[in-house]
Design a protein around this ligand. Structure first.
Ligand code: GLN
Length: 245
């Protein structure tokens, strides 16, 4: 029996700016090239989330107005399902707007959107200039991810994300702004749950992270079978070069 990776994209119509679909496509291709079956489903507004129906959940970036709809739905309709999925070790990747909804709240002026409460962080929309540009961070997800690695991508966010004492950052900023432009931290990690501001799309430029997510989602002990990654590594090097790392 071949492995099957079941991926569930949350709000794929609303939360998908900056080529987030490329991340899903990349996961599909890397599975298929290895003979791993790939099944993609989605969960939209009003749909409850079955925590056992997918191995990897994905939320992409979004505009503030779309995040408003998704924040309420996440908090009211999907909260229990997503917590149960994370608690049983399912992988979750949340990018930018999706990342901002993983914590306690996203404050936009007078309005405070609820977060889904998976990690200890708060995001506040700032009146100051958006944080935009190429970014590179240093990340260590452990030996199964190859120790200390670089993630390179592009950020564009008005929100500033502040980690609470219970939150572990995904990485430290080498170039760019990261969570809030001041802390030196980027993203968040809780077990197999990853949140990050890095667009790009993120995974085609950092295939090591894609493979780590696939392996974790499938419960593999070691690394996946290697692929010919000449083009992907060139994209990674180019993203790092753009960030100056
Ligand atoms: N709307 C959010 C912000 O500007 C997220 C934007 C995004 O996903 N790029 O902070």
């Amino acid at each position: 029996m071949p492995d099957t990776l079941r991926v569930c994209a949350l709000y794929p119509q609303l939360m998908n700016i900056y080529a987030d679909r490329g991340n899903l496509l990349l996961l599909q291709r890397r599975c298929e090239w290895r003979g791993i079956d790939f099944v993609l489903s989605s969960s939209d507004l009003g749909e409850r989330l079955d925590p056992d129906a997918a191995d990897l959940f994905y939320i992409g970036g979004g505009q503030d107005r779309d995040q408003r709809l998704c924040a309420l739905d996440l908090a009211e309709v999907k909260r229990d399902g997503l917590h149960a999925a994370a608690d049983r070790g399912a992988a979750l990747l949340a990018v930018c707007g999706g990342y901002q909804l993983l914590g306690h709240s996203y404050q936009l002026g007078e309005e405070t959107l609820p977060g889904v409460g998976l990690v200890d962080l708060r995001t506040v929309r700032s009146d100051k200039p958006r944080l935009i540009g190429n970014v590179a961070i240093e990340v260590n997800l452990g030996e199964d991810a190859g120790g200390s690695r670089i993630l390179a991508g592009f950020e564009n966010h008005g929100g500033r994300t502040h980690l609470g004492p219970g939150a572990e950052p995904l990485g430290t900023v080498l170039r760019g702004q990261g969570n809030d432009g001041a802390s030196g931290y980027e993203g968040v990690r809780r077990g197999n749950v990853i949140g990050t501001y890095l667009h790009g799309p993120l995974l085609p430029k950092n295939v090591w992270l894609a493979d780590w997510l696939i392996a974790r989602a499938l419960g593999h002990d070691g690394p996946l079978a290697p692929l010919d990654d000449a083009l992907e590594l060139a994209a990674h090097v180019e993203a790092r070069r753009a960030a100056g790392v």
